[in-house]
Write a protein that binds this ligand. Structure first.
Ligand code: HEM
Length: 451
């Protein structure tokens, strides 16, 4: 690299003092987000950490994040935590690499374009309306639990036309069991899944249940050969340039991947958005006005989404403050130059949305919930990777349009019919597991609106 370029992109490496052998591991484990945020503020945009046996660079400047996630994506693979999901999601999109990933992404991408996902809008709204029909005056709603049930039903319906309470619930329940193992003993010792322990037995039973339900659905569909208008029909029909289709194993891996990646993140986006709306009545009022102006007295549909701009801004702003995927990690598989420094294969990088989304260099009053900041196309004015709730580069979330449409339609459906009053008023505390879950119940009281 020529000198002028190096100067323009060179970043000083921060090196916080650590303990012998374990470096910063204990500080990190005690409070991952708090520790990383403070470290970035104290030691800069590129910080070298030792976490367990790995050297990890915390990257907190959009230029560095863009280099890792997009410009040098060819020299990276997913990190060890994502790879540990392999036994569950196999060669699905989230964990596959190289040619397998590229071919699958090309095959599946068309099913997730703007127009393709619009056809799922009606199912999303119908399921939201069904949920709202059960809400009564003054009822207490646990948002995380309720939104998880809803997004599970939506993924079940749109992915494999499964009815609520049936297959979708069975897969959702089994996935929860599997994740419990990954977040517990399996987090540090994945091979424990083979051990004769109760937690590992439950894990293996859950995987067997997922396989049973999903292979059954695939077999039924192959037999009847009907296009049910769901995603599975599209996956079954998708062909690559040689005309070949996915086999059962690949279909199973993609279904489990989409199920897992598709419902919890969206449930969290809605949970935090509804909590913030309940705590900011002026935002709730503005939302109601927009929904009334755009919809009059009818439920929303996919075609309304482009005009529900404030509703979308509320979702964006909630994901800025509480990104459902709170950090993205990569491991270099070749020597790379990042921030002007050569780094060997095996180097780990960690880009933490929580930190960058709350950086005052990119967002005024970063801790404040202000959906109006997204007016006048802020998305386009920000540097690339200053806001990246869906990631960036070739591995950007394939479900981003699906998720945004779902979140906007569900939020609009709720505020059209109900006002939300907060029950809990303490700080929103989070658990940074693979996703960013609320530590305490986030509950609201609901009041039906008169039409
Ligand atoms: C608000 C909701 C969502 C958020 C915040 C979110 C976030 C993300 C992020 C950050 C990544 C990139 C991970 C990385 O680069 O390592 C990702 C990947 C992915 N997401 Fe999402 N996601 C959401 C909803 C969905 C939905 C609804 C689906 C499917 C129905 C989905 C399916 C996927 C898949 C398959 C990948 C892997 C893509 C690949 O590597 O090619 N996500 N998501």
């Amino acid at each position: 690299m020529i000198a002028a370029e190096a100067a323009a992109t060179g970043f000083v490496i921060g090196r916080p003092r650590g303990r012998p052998l374990i470096g910063q591991t204990l500080d990190y484990l005690r409070d991952p987000i708090g520790y990383l945020t403070q470290t970035a503020r104290d030691h800069g945009d590129l910080v070298r950490l030792r976490l367990a046996h790995a050297v990890v660079y915390l990257i907190s400047h959009p230029t560095l994040i863009d280099q890792v996630l997009r410009q040098r994506a060819d020299a990276m693979r997913k990190d060890i935590v994502t790879r540990a999901l392999g036994p569950l999601v196999g060669q699905g999109l989230l964990t596959s690499e190289g040619e397998v990933w590229r071919a699958q992404r090309r095959l599946i991408q068309p099913a997730f374009g703007h127009q393709a996902v619009a056809r799922y809008g009606a199912a999303m709204v119908a399921l939201a309306e069904r949920m709202l029909d059960e809400w009564t005056e003054g009822a207490t709603i646990d948002l995380h639990e309720t939104m998880t049930r809803l997004t599970l039903a939506i993924v079940g319906k749109t992915l494999f036309d499964a009815e609520v309470g049936g297959e979708a619930e069975a897969v959702g329940h089994a996935l929860e069991q599997v994740m419990r193992f990954y977040l517990g003993p399996g987090k540090w010792f994945p091979t424990l899944r083979y051990a004769p322990l109760p937690a590992a037995n439950a894990y293996r039973r859950a995987i067997a249940e997922i396989d049973r339900v999903i292979y059954q659905i695939i077999a039924d569909r192959r037999r009847t050969q009907t296009d049910r208008g769901d995603l599975l029909s599209r996956l079954l029909a998708a062909t690559d340039e040689t005309g070949s289709r996915m086999d059962d194993r690949q279909l199973r891996d993609e279904c489990v991947t989409l199920f897992l990646a598709g419902h919890e993140t969206t449930a969290l986006a809605l949970t935090y958005a509804l909590t913030l709306v309940a705590r900011h009545p002026e935002v709730g009022e503005r939302l109601r006005l927009e929904v009334r102006d755009v919809l009059g007295n009818r439920p929303p549909e996919a075609g309304d989404v482009p005009r529900l701009t404030y509703t979308e801004a509320v979702i964006r702003e909630s994901m800025r403050l509480y990104p459902p995927a709170w950090g993205i990690a990569r491991e270099a598989i070749a020597e790379v130059e990042i921030g002007g420094h050569r780094m060997p294969p095996g180097t780990q990088f960690f880009a933490v949305q929580w930190i960058v989304h709350r950086d005052p260099r990119w967002f005024d009053q970063p801790e404040a919930f202000r959906p109006e900041r997204w007016a006048d196309d802020l998305v386009r004015r920000l540097p690339r990777c200053a806001y990246f709730p869906f990631g960036e580069g070739p591995r950007i979330c394939i479900g981003n349009h699906f998720a945004m449409m779902e979140a906007v339609l569900v939020l609009a459906s709720i505020v059209r019919r109900f006002r939300l009053e907060p029950i809990d008023s303490g700080p929103i505390r989070v658990i940074p597991s693979i996703t960013l879950r609320p530590r305490d119940p986030l509950r609201v009281r609901v009041r039906p609106l008169k039409h």
